[in-house]
Design a protein around this ligand. Sequence first.
Ligand SMILES: Cc1cc2nc3c(=O)[nH]c(=O)nc-3n(C[C@H](O)[C@H](O)[C@H](O)COP(=O)(O)OP(=O)(O)OC[C@H]3O[C@@H](n4cnc5c(N)ncnc54)[C@H](O)[C@@H]3O)c2cc1C
Length: 421
Amino acid sequence: MDDAAQHYSRAAAHPAFCRPNSSAPRGGVANLLAVTNPQALSPGTTASSNHQLPRQLMKKKQNENMEDVVVVVGGGIVGISTCYYLLKQGRKKRLILVEREKIACAASGKAGGLIGGVGWGDEITEPLHEKGFQLHKELATDLELKSYREISTYQVMFRKNNRFKGEEEGGARLLDRKETKINAIQAQTAQVTPLELCEKMFAYCVEKGVEVVYGEAQLEKRNGEFVVNVNGEIFAGMCVLATGPWAIEAEDWLGVSMPMVGIASSSMILRNLDAKVDAKVCFCQQDAKTETHLEIYPRPDNSIYVCGMGGSPHLDKEDIVKTRAETVPRSSKAPRVLGLLERVTAVGVDSSTEFVLQSCMRPCADDALPIIDKIGNVVVATGLNCWGITWGPAVGCLVSEMIGEKKTSINISPFSLGRFS
Ligand SMILES: Cc1cc2nc3c(=O)[nH]c(=O)nc-3n(C[C@H](O)[C@H](O)[C@H](O)COP(=O)(O)OP(=O)(O)OC[C@H]3O[C@@H](n4cnc5c(N)ncnc54)[C@H](O)[C@@H]3O)c2cc1C
């Protein structure tokens, strides 16, 4: 299934478009590419900060029952949300978060940040959308997020040779109306910049006592229980595997079947635009010429995030384990994408426009549904596909309920690993 099918079959449509509302001169694509820092076109280096583990972390604390230690592996939105909701629920557990590279270094720091509530999803995923939307609203207030806002979303169709004569909706400031026709999408939608959300949730967790360990974790079985081995040091207790696409390694560790791919998706951020951008998100129709289905998200800091560049490689298990947070972006597609962006919007770019091209994997199970299950003392939470920012807090909250051995607030049986056996 390609990118477009993943997005459109599940929700009819997704992100956005914008246009500056001034008559500032447009610099054009050639100009933009000419001023681009060549380094911005190549994958960013994600320094692998495998610090030495502080040994005292491994020592059993006085009177500590190892059952009360929870080790969360993966510092993406799912792992961070799990810690956050365990803390919020006042669990008297010792919490340890293990991350191999950097907090939110993979999809959780590079996603668009569309939050789809009521009206998005299907009968299986609807509860995740609704809970996710509600939790995001609370998080925005509690963490004083600057990048959160409710936003309207449009489906964008291209006119052919400007001959379209149909009904038009308002909101023309967003798009170049000579080139496009738009339909408002009637669904509850908000947006957040994922990196701001993850960093602020993480800061809260650290402030409240979550211990952070940088290193590569593996699961091992000892005396019938799974333990977490990080660079040779062992952590016992309950483990949460929130390692995004890399959770596929658990097939070997836990002896389960987890058919999943990592979809390596490129995205772009344009900053320093020469005019104010409207708060309208658009999902563009598939464009045969550029082989894209652009999703364009204007952000409150007046930058524009673009994804849906098409042709994303699907990485299998062998390639996933060799890959790290940053994958190679499809830089050859950038000029065509910018050309299309310029055609359908009135975004003005000039020599001061900053342009970043990046790429990362999103974890997608064969049926595109999340995986949330418990095997012995290990909870696996992954496969959030193209909705991981929306669903991440809800999934973190569900995992915290599982650890507390509470009835989960959403029926998680459709997300069990048993569906693959
Ligand atoms: C281009 C793009 C746009 C997107 N846009 C949206 C959107 O608009 N809205 C939306 O809802 N969703 C969106 N998504 C989806 C969303 O970003 C992902 O589903 C979500 O971020 C996955 O989060 P995660 O925590 O499961 O995994 P990740 O973010 O991949 O985090 C996993 C972490 O685990 C760490 N790790 C892995 N293995 C180990 C190990 N052995 N030891 C220690 N650490 C380890 C990694 O370094 C990483 O930091 C988008 C995704 C992409 C790629």
